[in-house]
Design a protein around this ligand. Sequence first.
Ligand code: FES
Length: 226
Amino acid sequence: MNTPENTVRWHPVARSADLRPGANIVAGFAEGQELALWRAADGTAQAWENRCPHRSVRFTLGQVIDNRLACAYHGWQYEAGSGQCASIPAHPAMQAPRNVCAKTFGTAEAAGMLWVRLSPDALPVPDGLGNAVPAGWHFCRTLTVRVPAAMVRETMARHGLSADEASPAWRGPLDGVETAALVLDAQPLLSFIYLWTSAAPGSAEMKKLHAAARQLRTDIEARPQG
Ligand code: FES
């Protein structure tokens, strides 16, 4: 069932297209949790605490090697999925310690986004994530605003968007252009808004939405924070 209760625990942390298999590592946040986001060579998306369990160096400084993430400092390698330490290059003959494990979070890919669940419960992925952006819609842009997510939602409501009952998205026309907005509560004073639209890339409608998005950001940041 697509209730807000079972979708609010999932955070839209990045666009799926921004994670290339076996390649880059993207820094992310959700509710203040710093994340290292990457995609193993086998295509599976990973969301890990951005901290190596050896000496706490940020994983985002490291590199993806096939289906492993290698820390930049001493080169220890961790397996996609489990986060288990699998190799210590300085001691190739040594068995990697079983108790050294990166902290991993549950992920789902839906509506063109990577979603992360911070809670340890093995909750199923709700159907509502897949309904967040209608099929065939296009990505417009990401807005970064230094305000709480609640303030973002209040301002979006004043711009005519409303919470979708069947998904975590906010929907409606922004300056007349059909829009779906996904809000990420990144930190107490940092939010991201991913805007998707029915407008075609390069169209006059898309340009209109870009202008409306700039105005939305201005209005959000102009609001006094209580
Ligand atoms: S700090 Fe990461 S391998 Fe040592």
